[in-house]
Design a protein around this ligand. Structure first.
Ligand SMILES: C=CC1=C(C)c2cc3[nH]c(cc4nc(cc5[nH]c(cc1n2)c(C)c5CCC(=O)O)C(CCC(=O)O)=C4C)c(C)c3C=C
Ligand SMILES: [Fe+2]
Ligand SMILES: [Fe+2]
Length: 331
């Protein structure tokens, strides 16, 4: 008699930011509209922000950003979508007794539907693992907003809030930098570039900058780096208000005058490669660095679906699920 596999009682849902479904102005506009209506991302009041967004930002930005997506688009889709899907498969291979899937905060597969689907399938424990190593109100808290809206009492769903100094993840990032240096040679300086956020949010208590710096310290220690060997900067500024400093693009253009001819750039805030790493860093900033007198910018890819990354995330999920099952952590 044929037997069917019982549904896994525990589930892990990897959640990434999201990305357009196509490199076209229309698809980019749809994605940006959802993203930029999130009050965790833009805090302006609706009556001020909506006219600006609908009549100025979306019409002007969507075609320009669509051209950038077209430059990095893969045969199977947007790099962020492709790498996130492959990462989820790699984590699943390491957790045979748990159902692993992925969802996006903006766009598809939608986080709310993925959660509702897991609940309907009878999963007893759903562990949401946002693919943001460093907690921020702009990213992780926005995932929590959706979780709380779908699982009103929080019962059966938990969220990992941060893994900025998790030893497995730190060792995976350090290992990827070491491997890059072995294969490509080492530059004069290593730049850690993180996505920025408005300085105003950090002043109001967002721990993001501290979490980025704590992670850098741990990675630098794992690589036995001296403080002169590396710098930290923040990229991808959006809007006019002050964002975290120093800005990656400005720092890169100042480095040649300080005698830095070859720079290595790693982006440990991004779990997988995306527009902000492949286009902004590896294309745009690399060209600007050379134009400012630098010789070469060597981009160190994100962990993507590397075995060490999948192992680190699987271990984080296993620890959280074990603590949940045995009641050895708080709710
Ligand atoms: C890794 C963490 C991220 C933080 C923190 C973050 C904050 C943040 N982002 C914007 C605005 C935009 N970000 C855009 C792209 C984008 N952002 C992240 C991650 C973080 N954002 C990723 C992974 C990506 C790439 C997505 C992809 O499809 O590859 C964009 C879209 C592109 C563009 O129009 O330039 C915007 C807009 C704000 C305002 C913000 C904090 C307040
Ligand atoms: Fe609106
Ligand atoms: Fe962003």
């Amino acid at each position: 008699m044929a037997t069917s596999t019982p549904p896994a009682r525990d589930a892990v849902l990897l959640v990434n930011l999201g990305t357009p479904s196509a490199p076209t102005p229309r698809a980019v506009r749809r994605y940006l509209a959802q993203f930029l209506h999130d009050h965790r991302v833009v805090q302006l009041t609706r009556w001020l922000w909506c006219p600006l967004l609908h009549f100025l930002i979306l019409p002007l930005r969507s075609p320009r950003v669509a051209r950038k997506y077209a430059e990095i688009w893969m045969d199977e889709g947007s790099p962020l979508a492709v790498h996130t899907r492959r990462l989820a498969e790699a984590v699943q291979a390491r957790l045979p007794d748990v159902r692993v899937s992925h969802a996006m905060r903006y766009g598809e597969p939608a986080l709310a539907s993925a959660l509702a689907g897991l609940q309907a399938s009878g999963a007893a424990r759903i562990l949401v693992l946002p693919l943001y190593p460093q907690y921020s109100t702009t990213t992780t808290a926005s995932v929590v907003d959706v979780v709380e809206a779908v699982a009103a009492d929080g019962d059966g769903v938990r969220v990992v809030d941060d893994y900025a100094v998790d030893p497995g993840w730190v060792s995976a990032v350090a290992g990827s930098i070491r491997a890059h240096w072995q294969a490509q040679g080492r530059g004069d300086l290593l730049l850690f570039s993180f996505h920025g956020i408005p300085q105003r949010l950090v002043d109001a208590g967002d721990p993001y900058r501290r979490r980025c710096e704590a992670g850098v310290e741990a990675i630098a220690a794992a690589l036995a780096l001296e403080s002169a060997d590396y710098r930290v900067a923040f990229q991808s500024r959006f809007g006019r208000e002050p964002w975290l400093q120093p800005a990656t693009d400005q720092l890169l253009q100042a480095l040649p005058a300080e005698g830095v001819r070859r720079v290595d750039v790693v982006c440990p805030g991004f779990a997988v490669d995306c527009l902000e790493t492949l286009e902004e860093i590896a294309m745009q900033n690399a060209a600007a660095f050379r134009a400012a007198g630098g010789e070469s910018l060597s981009y160190i890819p994100c962990l993507n679906d590397a075995p060490a990354h999948a192992e680190a995330l699987a271990a984080i999920a296993t620890r959280a699920l074990d603590a949940w099952r045995t009641g050895t952590d708080g709710p």
